[in-house]
Design a protein around this ligand. Structure first.
Ligand code: TLP
Length: 344
């Protein structure tokens, strides 16, 4: 990415740091389908420990992680409760239906946070005449709500009713470290509430590829088979795990900077277009700008010419995601470009 580009479309655009590239070049590797890649094994052990779980499994992407988990924790015909705007519901190509044969039942939420009473009332026990609810999924941070963080007590309440009613609980924690840094909650505290959790190395943490699943030994053994079934058994994954290791060891605490930059961006945009964004709702690194009757595509197109890239999320909504690729100077440039493009 040329220095002059301000890339705010996603934190997935982050490129590996020089330290990651060095670690990749020097990684000790083996065949991971045989469980013999030492760098991957060490990363899995480190992540299991960090999240307070028995075991971990490296997978190719967040989407693959979600789908491996759903297939590992359900039977065809089962029902899965989930917030209706979750990534799994919107952006995974109908995979739960196609791969696992499950019914996804979307529930309303308050900024991604499910209501435990609604969850309790929605769970159907196994009977011979109605769908059986087997799994409850949560997403932390919640992408579609602008990176909102699940309060720990809300997560506890939902997990408690789900477990009491015989369901397993899974957290799509693609950006769980953003939640952890913003709320000051250790990731193991979030993980403790669920049976399985996944997170991405390839978003704000900057690694080029990869996600991790964490859970019990039994769950990870099943997930390993499902990963292979889906063609996700990879060989010398140590080159990827080496970068992921640098990500998890060195890139977590600095996420706070991305959160400050997101807040500054929100404040700047709110001054230009009143009501388009509420800075009080910016909790982590995602900012949604509601451009009202203006066209998101037009505004984004104009900014593109100034080297500022934002994502036209829907006809009147623009999404920005901050990352280490965009410093404070880039944020100030983005605010100016937004003013030039949006104010007629
Ligand atoms: N999200 C992407 C887009 O697909 C929207 C982004 O730029 O934010 N869970 C959550 C909560 C996610 O936000 C994403 C990616 C995933 C899972 C999937 O991760 P990948 O892209 O690695 O398959």
């Amino acid at each position: 990415m040329p220095e002059s580009i301000v890339e705010l479309r996603s934190d997935t655009f982050t490129r590996p740091t020089p330290q990651m590239r060095r670690a990749m070049a020097e990684a000790d590797v083996g065949d991971d389908v045989f469980g013999e890649d030492p760098t991957t094994n060490a990363l899995q052990e480190r992540c299991a420990e960090l999240f307070g779980k028995e075991a971990a499994l490296f997978v190719a992407s967040g989407t693959m992680g979600n789908q491996v988990v759903i297939k590992s924790l359900t039977q065809p015909g089962d029902e899965v409760l989930i917030d209706e705007r979750a990534h799994i519901v919107t952006y995974e190509m109908g995979a739960p239906a196609a791969i696992s044969g499950v019914m996804m039942r979307g529930l309303p939420s308050r900024r991604g946070v499910l209501d435990p009473d609604v969850v309790a009332d929605s769970i159907r026990p196994p009977t011979p005449f109605a769908n059986h609810t087997a799994l409850v999924c949560v997403e932390n941070t919640h992408q579609a709500s602008g990176g909102s963080v699940w309060p720990l007590d809300a997560l506890r309440a939902v997990a408690k009713v789900a477990h009491e009613k015989g369901c397993v609980v899974y957290c799509d924690g693609a950006r769980i470290f953003n939640a952890s840094v913003a709320a000051g909650v250790p990731v193991r505290d979030y993980a403790a509430e669920g049976d399985a959790l996944s997170f991405c190395f390839s978003k704000g943490l900057g690694a080029p590829i990869g996600s991790m699943l964490v859970g019990t030994e039994e769950f990870v053994a099943r997930a390993r088979s499902v990963r292979r079934m889906l063609g996700g058994g990879m060989r010398q994954t140590g080159v990827l795990a080496a970068a992921a290791r640098v990500a998890v060891d060195t890139m977590v605490q600095r996420l706070a900077e991305d959160h400050e930059n997101a807040l500054r961006l929100a404040e700047g945009v709110a001054e230009i277009l009143a009501g388009s964004v509420d800075p009080d709702q910016v909790e982590t690194n995602i900012v949604f700008i509601d451009v009202g009757d203006r066209e998101a595509l037009d505004i984004v197109g104009k900014m593109w010419e100034d080297g500022v890239r934002m994502f036209p999320y829907s006809p009147h909504l623009i999404r920005c995601v901050t990352s280490y690729e965009v410093g404070r100077e880039g944020i100030e440039r983005a605010i100016v470009a937004f003013r030039d493009a949006a104010v007629r």
